[in-house]
Every structure is written in C-alpha cells, then in structure tokens.
Design a protein around this ligand. Structure first.
Ligand SMILES: CC(C)(COP(=O)(O)OP(=O)(O)OC[C@H]1O[C@@H](n2cnc3c(N)ncnc32)[C@H](O)[C@@H]1OP(=O)(O)O)[C@@H](O)C(=O)NCCC(=O)NCCS
Length: 436
C-alpha cells in the first residue's frame, strides 16, 4: 500500500536521527521549567518531538514544513477544483512529501474501499437519546470499533514490535474512511428525522461528506475540501492531539486513542469554540436585526467582557497573529458568499475586536483564530446546527491524531510518564535551594 511503502522508506532515517540525538546529546538541557509553568498548564514546556505539524507564533500552522498558503498552492486537486484533495493532505502528513495527483487519488481509493461502517456502530448511536450531544455519540461510535481493531487482534497473537505501526496504519485508514459516514449518520439522525443519504462512491472524501450532509452544491464540496485541509492537525501538544498521543503511548489502539482525543476536542476552550463563536455571532446579528455597525459591535463586545466571558474565536495559546486558517476561509467567503450578512458581521467584528482586546492589556493574542469564521460558512450552506460543528472538526482532526499515533509507533516512542509533584515537594525544593 502506497502510504506503508512511503513510511517504510522514511522510518529508518528518522529513527537514526532521533537515536543519534539521544546517544550524542542525551544530557543536553533545552529548557528550565518554572514554578509558574508547572502551576499553569505546563504552558510552553517542550514535551516531545513531532515532525508532522508545527505552530509558529508569527506565521501559524505548518504541515510538515509547509505553511497553509504553501499547502493550498502545492497540493494536487481534481480538475475544476480550487482546493486540494483530502487524500493529498493525509499523504503529506503521513508520508512527509507533496504527493502527485495519482498518489492522492490512491489514498482516496483506499478510503473508498474501507468506508463500510459495521452495523453495530450505528446501533451504538441509535442507543443514545436524541438529546445526547453529537460529540458523545461520535466519540462512543468510534470507541465501539476498538474490539475489531486490527492492532488489538494482532497484539493478542503476539505480533513483533516492528509490526505495530503497519497495523496501526491499517486501523487508521479504516477509521478515517468511516468517520465522515458516522458523522453524517449522527447529523441526519439527530437533526433530520433519520433521513439518511447514501454515500456517492464517485466523489472524493470531502465532497462525499458534503453530499451526505445533504448539500450537493459544488461550492459546498469545495468548502468541505478546504475545511478538511484546515482542521486536520495543529501540532501534537494541544489538548486533543496530545491526549490521543498519550493514550496511544500505552499501546491502546487507534479507536481508543482517537475517541479520547475527541473528548478533549469537545471542551469549550478547544474544539467547542467554533460552536460558541457561531452562537455568539448569531446572537449579535439578531440583537441588532441585521449586520451590526461597529459601534453596536463595540457595545456587544464590552457587554460580553463585563459578564466575565471571553470573546469566542479570538486569542490563542501559541499564535500571535491572525490565524492563516481564518484568512483562508475569509478568502473562500469573499469569492463564494460576499453578500452573506453573517459573513459581513464577521468582517466588522474583525475590525473591532482586536483593538478592544489589546486595550485590556492582558490578552496575549488579540487576533482571530480558525473558529471565528468556520461556523458562518456552514450556516451559509445550510448546516445550521451549531452543536454539530465540533463533530465536523473532529472528522478532520482524527486524521491528524492517526498520523501522530502511527509515527509514534514507527519510531518506537515509549509510554509517556511525566512527574507530578506535591505542593510540599515544591515548597521544600525552593527553600532547600536557597532561592529568595
Ligand atoms: C484560546 C485561549 C483559551 C488561549 O488561552 P490563553 O493562552 O490562556 O490566553 P492568554 O494568555 O491570552 O490569556 C490571558 C488573559 O486574557 C484573557 N483572554 C484570552 N483570550 C480572550 C478572549 N478571546 N476574550 C477575552 N479575554 C481573553 C484570558 O481569559 C486571560 O484572562 P485572565 O488572566 O483574567 O484569566 C483564549 O484566548 C480563549 O479563551 N479564547 C476564546 C476561545 C477560543 O476562541 N478558543 C479556540 C482556540 S483555537
């Protein structure tokens, strides 16, 4: 299989580089950890090596070494499409190479051949009350496939360590092929009276996802290609990706790892922010019965802050610039839906909010992140149920999770076990050191 061959050809090179680092420079100190960092979410403390994606404060996300703009320009796409095939991004993340169109199509074919979802997965979803959160259904549906994990079954039979990643890759392709179908099933069951839309095998993964969500407008297929590209990964130290990696480090299979990662993504400070942002924008739009003026936005933002709430879609733990993923979606909207009033609201908010956040003097990054616009685009194409947006996000993000987990097994990364201290330990370490 194309990805297996590509990883196989690369694995030794990376292993040698890491082994050399450990052997020759194992005692080199790269950072000191402060008490403040330990007490505030281990912020900024380097915890691992990951070459799949990286976030730079001033230029944003890189997939392998490529910026979002480079990825958008360089990756192959089908004729007539402005946005790269999802298979090409997955190939880049897993294979560390810009693929040809033919290679990207082979990944799309792999997905087509693996997309059948076992009936018991649908039964698990059907067992949830309709009022259940779609993220719980999504996470549970993925978890339910663990019992049939190829990794788990071969591990039971005593497979050798150097086979781990091969079988993990098999599971990854199965899972990423099925995820859009599971997500669409949840969507149609929860919001559209269980009117399920059969997959169209002629379409690429993103266009098929758009189709199963009930919109066959070619512009929506384009949006979903862009959406899948922008949400696939964001460095392996954020809550969800790191959770998937951590769980995988215990040799838990890909379904256990990805389900755990999704549970982290479901938090309001992380993946749920796109839902919150869209609700906040819709409320703003309705409060002023149309596109609000900048003064009205100022008033609304001040009120949100006075209530002790954050402005959703703004700020970031690492970024210190407007998120290039926001800009790529803004470009899509300018081309495809310039007259959409919610989009015009987004643009006015973009002009007002950074100034207000800067003036607070405490917000590290006053600029919009990916979530400040994502939901607005979905609203335009008819996917209006905001509590589904984190499932959309997760459908793309698990692709990133799987790339990290497969590579962690390929490089033989060990189980993670950092150290927790008691408050007393810390107090006595400080007093014994003579620090004042
Ligand atoms: C993303 C986020 C969690 C990053 O947190 P962080 O790294 O701790 O951010 P900062 O270092 O800038 O936080 C410093 C202060 O600014 C505040 N702040 C940060 N972003 C803010 C925002 N969008 N609106 C209002 N206040 C904000 C923080 O709440 C914190 O206040 P405190 O000291 O009173 O607790 C934060 O910016 C946020 O909550 N944003 C809104 C939610 C969101 O868009 N999440 C999606 C991220 S992709």
């Amino acid at each position: 299989m194309i990805l297996e061959d590509r990883i196989e050809a690369n694995v030794m090179i990376w292993q040698e580089r890491i082994n050399r680092l450990i052997k020759e420079h194992g005692s080199y100190v790269i950072s000191d950890v402060t008490v403040a960092q330990i007490c505030s979410g281990i912020r900024g403390v380097p915890i691992q090596i990951s070459d799949i994606s990286y976030v730079e404060p001033e230029s944003g996300l890189r997939y392998r070494t490529y910026t979002i703009n480079e990825v958008l320009n360089l990756l192959p796409r089908i004729e007539g499409s402005r946005y790269p095939l999802t298979g090409s991004i997955y190939y880049l993340l897993m294979g560390n190479e810009i693929p040809t169109l033919s290679k990207a199509m082979q990944i799309e074919d792999e997905w087509r051949s693996r997309a059948k979802v076992p009936q018991y997965v649908y039964d698990v979803i059907d067992a949830f009350p309709e009022t259940a959160s779609p993220m719980s259904m999504f996470s549970a549906a993925i978890l339910s496939m663990s019992g049939q994990s190829k990794f788990y079954l071969e591990y039971e039979k005593g497979m050798p360590k150097d086979r781990y990643w091969h079988v993990m890759l098999e599971d990854s392709l199965d899972l990423t092929a099925r995820a859009p179908r599971i997500a669409a099933y949840i969507y149609n069951r929860k919001y559209h009276g269980n009117q399920q839309i059969p997959a169209d095998e002629n379409l690429d993964l993103a266009a098929n996802f758009a189709h199963m969500l009930g919109n066959d407008d070619p512009a929506y297929a384009e949006l979903m290609r862009l959406f899948m590209l922008l949400h696939m990964d964001h460095e392996n130290a954020n809550v969800s990706a790191h959770t998937a990696h951590l769980v995988g480090s215990a040799l838990s299979d890909i379904y256990l790892s990805c389900s755990a990662g999704l549970n982290g993504l479901a938090g309001p400070l992380h993946g749920l922010a796109n839902q919150e942002c869209c609700n906040w924008l819709l409320k703003l739009y309705h409060e002023f019965q149309g596109v609000p003026s900048k003064d009205q936005i100022r008033q609304y933002v001040e009120k949100t802050l006075q209530e002790g709430r954050v402005i959703p879609g703004y700020g970031h733990a690492v970024l210190r610039c407007t998120d290039p993923r926001f800009l790529a979606q803004m470009d899509f909207a300018k081309r495809n839906m310039p007259d959409d009033e919610l989009f015009q609201t987004v643009m006015n908010v973009y002009e007002v909010v950074p100034g207000i956040l800067k003036a607070t003097g405490k917000v590290s990054n006053p600029w919009p992140n990916v979530d400040a616009i994502t939901g607005t685009l979905q609203q335009h194409y008819g996917v209006k149920e905001t509590d589904f947006y984190t499932v959309l996000f997760g459908t793309s993000r698990i692709m990133g999770f799987t790339a990290h987990v497969v590579w962690a097994r390929a490089l033989g990364k060990p189980i993670e076990r950092p150290k927790a201290l008691t408050t007393r330990h810390l107090e006595s370490m400080i007093s014994n050191s003579g620090y004042r």
